[in-house]
Design a protein around this ligand. Sequence first.
Ligand code: AP5
Length: 208
Amino acid sequence: MRVVFVGPPGAGKGTQAKLICEEWGIPQISTGDMLREAKAKGTLPQDLVEKMSKGGLVPDDVVIGLIRARTELDDAKPGFLLDGFPRTVPQAEALNELLASRGQQLNVVVALEVPQDLLMERAVLRRTDKRTGQIYHLKYKPPPPDADLEHRADDREETVRHRIDVYEKMTADLLPFYGNAGLLKRVDGVGDVKEVTRRVLAVVKAAK
Ligand code: AP5
């Protein structure tokens, strides 16, 4: 299975991707996580660190390079779930070319839909355990007392608002691109995490 998750900041892409990848034994490939890892190691150029913390997108060639290298690894051969990539039509075209060159194709693009007020609450109150990468929420999924919590630099209210605007501009072209290819499935991302997982799995299984 080769699956893409698209959705605004805080929609639950990372939460759902982790659950589904665990169940299916395929890697979750998140460009956001890869970029944050590079930042933590000090290997992400400073101009990109600043771009990310202000909520802007990093250049297409950077994320395409990350995806090309990561999807070549052995664990991605049986399939993968791309979380947060592609985000622009040029990224989607580059992904098509990459897969075609390997005789592969996407099975489905899942667009998680959540209204704006809920997105703000989800993103601003999100905390991540630095040691395990586990995603928590101060209201909906409180962390254990021993968690080593991190508040993402781009999860401040004004930055989240900007990220939502960026997402809306970019999906104006990206969603029709995948809609025209017959790959797009819209999933309601509001409700209990397990219920959303059931909805996602239903559309992904139908695309198998
Ligand atoms: P990225 O890390 O991809 O961030 P994002 O797309 O903005 O998405 P988020 O991680 O904010 O949200 P999510 O949908 O994963 O939600 P989560 O599951 O955590 O990208 C960060 C930055 O990197 C970008 O701004 C850009 O700079 C750069 N970048 C990345 N990819 C790029 C690309 N392709 N091109 C260019 N630049 C790129 O959930 C959020 C919270 O809600 C959590 O606390 C969770 O516990 C809670 N929650 C989840 N589901 C539920 C539920 N059903 N009910 C209640 N709470 C829930």
